[in-house]
Design a protein around this ligand. Sequence first.
Ligand SMILES: Cc1ncc(COP(=O)(O)O)c(C=O)c1O
Length: 646
Amino acid sequence: MSDFGTADAIALYNVDRWGGGYFTVNTSGHVAARPNNNGSAEIDLMELVEEAKSRGLAFPMVIRFQDLLRHRVETINQSFAEAIAEHGYKGVYRGVFPIKVNQLREVVEEILDAGRSFHFGIEAGSKPELMAALAVHEDNESLIICNGYKDTEFIRMALLGRKLGKTVILVVEKLEELSHILRVSKQIGVEPFIGLRVRLLSKGAGKWATSGGENAKFGLSTADLVEASAMLHGAGMPDAFKLLHFHVGSQVPDIGTIKRATREAARFYAKLRKMGHSLGYLDVGGGLGVDYDGSRTTFDSSTNYSLDEYARDIVYSIAEICDAENVPHPTIVSESGRAIVAHHSVLIVEAFGSIEKSKGTQSVIALPDDPKPVHEMIEVRDNLGSKNRLENMHDAQEIRERAQGMFDLGLLDLPAKAKVETIYWEIAGSIVEMFRSMRYVPEEVKEMEIALGDQFLCNFSVFQSLLDHWALGQLFPVMPIHRLKELPDRNATLVDITCDSDGKVSKFIDLQDVKETLPLHRWKAGCPYYIGFFLAGAYQDIMGDLHNLFGRVNEMHVFLDDDEDSGYYVEEVLPGSTVAQVLSLTQWDTNEMARRVKSQMDAAIKGDRLKPKEGMRLLDDYERALTAYTYLNFDDQTIAEKDRKA
Ligand SMILES: Cc1ncc(COP(=O)(O)O)c(C=O)c1O
């Protein structure tokens, strides 16, 4: 038994750095969530796994910590309140949650509830999002901001909100939209609240940088803004212009970008006020990043600033420019999505097997009849020593290549090829071990270590649950959620169950670099192994697609509760998609499918290829499979149970 302990696990997986105080490893060696961001309440993730199992819920599964969500909302509002007090700022903060980042009703409602005392509002980027926003929004002191391109119906819905007494602001993304809004509002007889999105020169960095800058998809140039001002004056509605908005892109890693963009926008704000508009809101958009890798750097998956620093820099920059321009301080609006929801959800997947290249044992012996490369490889293995290890490695590589050449020419049979490869990986494993504690490890040995990595087979779809990892290479913290008092002595990549070679996770967070493998424990048959993907609450839920028809995953919503012995209760369980549901999204009628299968059964029974009783049982199986979860089910007992009941 190694003397690996929970503190080592916390250090190995950098939990304290990316966890932001919301996650830790407890004395049982399990990951625990701390939704209040302090030690007052801890929820053991393995307890939740057991609870899910006892409710018959299968994996993969998303666990949402609703209190954590509330804590995020409170924290961002407090950070701005403190910054405002510290800098003697004369305006207030009115944040909005961009509903596109996570549209789940329970998430949106929780955020609005937690933000009620701060008058925290909603941002909608499409008609369906606005419809949802109008329905859940109750606090007329909070804002509804409408971004995105708009048609007449979108504008009418926003104006309906105005009629209900809500501060709904229609943000103009392109000039023609302004005349459209003015026309529709005249027809309806409601004065609109208008925002203009400015296209700043300041541009972000990172994966979402193209959302900002001169060539951004949305926003008005300086010339457009001047024309918009003239149009509003011409329509006799200069004061309908209430808000100036900008957005430099999501996950901005460098605080310098935020400062530059805010100052530039504040200057636009001041100049536009001086052009005869009484606008009172400056909306700094989204972009507040999440330190996914915990490195606190300007790397794509990180941020070199804290939430407090972000709030202070925005407040200070706006105040400084407005004071210099002698215009009143505006109400500050931000549209932070990722930073509010990323932490609250964890995706738990089950590894159901592993492919190991090297077993770490000398399993192959040579027989006299074996061809030369087998004997040569065994000789290298048996003479392996620390003095000549690199030379041995090169010899083994050369023998393997030669054996491959012989195989291509038909001169090597499969058992011999298998022996050569097995011994090769044994040698590779030994060489990597010899370098384990060395200060300098040659590049070729590092590459060999990566090549030697196991592949853990995980019951989930990257395309459904981690789309940004596949599409953009975004990194998420990943770690086993148990066995953390045991040394994780395997290095592995994770492969999903889609029939797609891209369906894998082979890039992992690291403080200095990006790691190609993740330390995991040896997979043991019959012992479920659970891996958590953390900080997965932003964007992934809704962007996931149905590759191979793997559908939405099961969800469990967890609340802290002192009155419960466990300290928490599961407020809600949302079942993931069934096979029938995903099929119906692609125009399959499952009744018709069952009917067709039945007529084939009937024909088989008639043709004596199937007994009637067996045919009916198979039909039952088919119909039952249509109602099942789309992911793999290893719980054979459950199936047997159902069989018995049937
Ligand atoms: C206009 C707008 N506002 C807000 C956001 C949310 O950004 P984030 O999740 O980085 O806070 C986005 C996302 O890109 C956006 O396009």
